[in-house]
Design a protein around this ligand. Structure first.
Ligand code: MEV
Length: 434
């Protein structure tokens, strides 16, 4: 039986599981039992998850951890992180405590503008197209009123529609480039619905205006949101910066600023530097039910907006004050999408005080800055492996079925030396040989 013949999507969930198990696994019973141990015994909850996507077989768990003690603009937060990488939550917690004692994190919303485009081809006279656009622009707004009326009640809507000539980069290529304010929703459905209506209105009226050659190619929001940006910042006197006895505060501050400068000028380093920032950002974005792929795509486009990939964060020392900040584009929502559907998302949002979208932007940016601070602090002092392997030690021990006592001995043994996979395996083998 091949996948095509059976019409996989038409099978029941149980039939899908059986088919997969029999098709691909040496031991189908074992494969089925692996899948089934992740099914939720609460049928309604399982059904909810089954219906988020298509062809669901089971659930794929990620740990949900929390980092307390975040002081953001004078308010205290415990931030949820959905992430599989050990040491991310520990690093966030440490950075939160550190900056909590130094005035906390400050944030500023630099913009909330979202963007969408109707991409089309047109072969005729440019002036005529401009005239048509001037004529049709108010009609584009009236014909989307049905879609925009609720958003307008919330203070959002369509901010601007422009005709953009892109024929220099692609023959006959133009855009309707629109900007939107979507308040507490991420706005993807709202924007795409408006754009599809723009496209219809724009095409339908064009022949009467004597422009028969307009060809709509597609209508879609952009995940590049360089004007939907939040800044997160920390600062303190250089003299208060350091807690490490092996380095002075000013040496540490200088080294830290240099490490950031390296990420600003060197793309190989910038990518890893920003990856560390995304460790924090993605984890909170996921826990709060937002689209981390959209955020990732937008963030990296933003990091290269001036033609070269660079650091998202910056640092300086001025008049004895160390300042470290991050500007990051975050098109987030706290209503709509998964936010009202996924029980853990609802939990995370309530724990954060049911933030508005802009408040969530602030919290997420702070999580990114905290991660970046923690990573750079380790990298420029003890090195990353000491802390990372301490956290990863438990994973290695679990992988080798260490008992409770073996774990206790291993943790004590690696307290003051950096663990590696081989060293942990050697340690366990020696222990077991005794
Ligand atoms: C690892 O997940 C993240 C780091 O590589 C970030 C960085 O190098 O700044 C530690």
């Amino acid at each position: 039986m091949t996948e095509n013949k059976i019409g996989f999507s038409k099978l029941t969930k149980e039939e899908k599981i059986n088919w997969i198990a029999n098709q691909y696994f040496a031991n189908p019973k074992e494969a089925i039992s692996v899948l089934n141990q992740y099914q939720n015994s609460n049928e309604a909850l399982q059904k909810l998850h089954d219906e988020f996507i298509e062809n669901t077989l089971t659930n794929f768990y990620l740990p949900l951890g929390v980092a307390p003690n975040f002081n953001i603009n004078g308010k205290n937060f415990t931030i949820p992180f959905a992430v599989e990488e050990s040491s991310v939550v520990a690093a966030a917690s440490k950075a939160a405590k550190f900056w909590g004692a130094r005035g906390g994190f400050k944030t500023t919303i630099l913009g909330t503008e979202k963007i969408g485009q109707v991409h089309f081809l047109y072969e005729g006279d440019k002036q005529k197209l401009k005239e048509y656009f001037n004529f049709i622009q108010p009609v584009l707004l009236t014909e989307t009123e049905e879609i925009t009326k609720n958003m307008q009640k919330r203070g959002g809507g369509i901010s601007k529609i422009e005709l953009i000539d892109k024929t220099e980069i692609l023959e006959n290529y133009y855009q309707l480039h629109a900007t939107f304010e979507t308040k507490d929703s991420m706005g993807a459905n709202f924007i795409n619905s408006c754009l599809e209506q723009f496209a219809k209105t724009f095409k339908n009226n064009s022949e009467n205006f004597g422009l028969p050659s307009i060809q709509i190619i597609m209508s879609i929001l952009s995940n590049f949101v360089p004007n939907c940006v939040v800044r997160a910042e920390v600062s303190c006197p250089v003299s208060e910066l350091n807690e490490d006895a092996n380095i002075t505060s000013s040496e540490f501050a200088e080294k830290f600023v240099t490490a950031v400068k390296i990420a600003e000028v060197e793309p190989f380093r910038a990518v890893t530097h920003n990856k560390g920032i995304m460790n924090g950002i993605d984890a909170v974005v996921l826990a709060t039910g937002n689209d981390f792929r959209a955020i990732e795509a937008g963030v990296h486009a933003f990091a290269s907006k001036d033609g070269k990939y660079t650091s998202l964060s910056h640092a300086k020392i001025e008049n004895g004050i160390f300042t470290f900040w991050l500007d990051v584009p975050l098109a987030l929502g706290t209503v709509g999408g998964l936010t009202n559907l996924h029980p853990l998302v609802k939990f995370s949002l309530e724990m954060l005080g049911n933030p508005s979208a802009t408040e969530l932007m602030e919290i997420v940016a702070v999580a990114g800055l905290a991660q970046n601070f923690a990573a750079l602090r380790s990298l420029t002092t003890s090195g990353i492996q000491q802390g990372h392997m301490k956290m990863h030690l438990n994973n290695i021990l679990n992988q080798h079925q260490a008992t409770k006592e073996e774990k206790r001995l291993a943790i004590a043994h690696f307290e003051n030396q950096t663990a590696s996979h081989n060293l942990v395996v050697d340690f366990l083998e020696n222990l077991r040989a005794k």
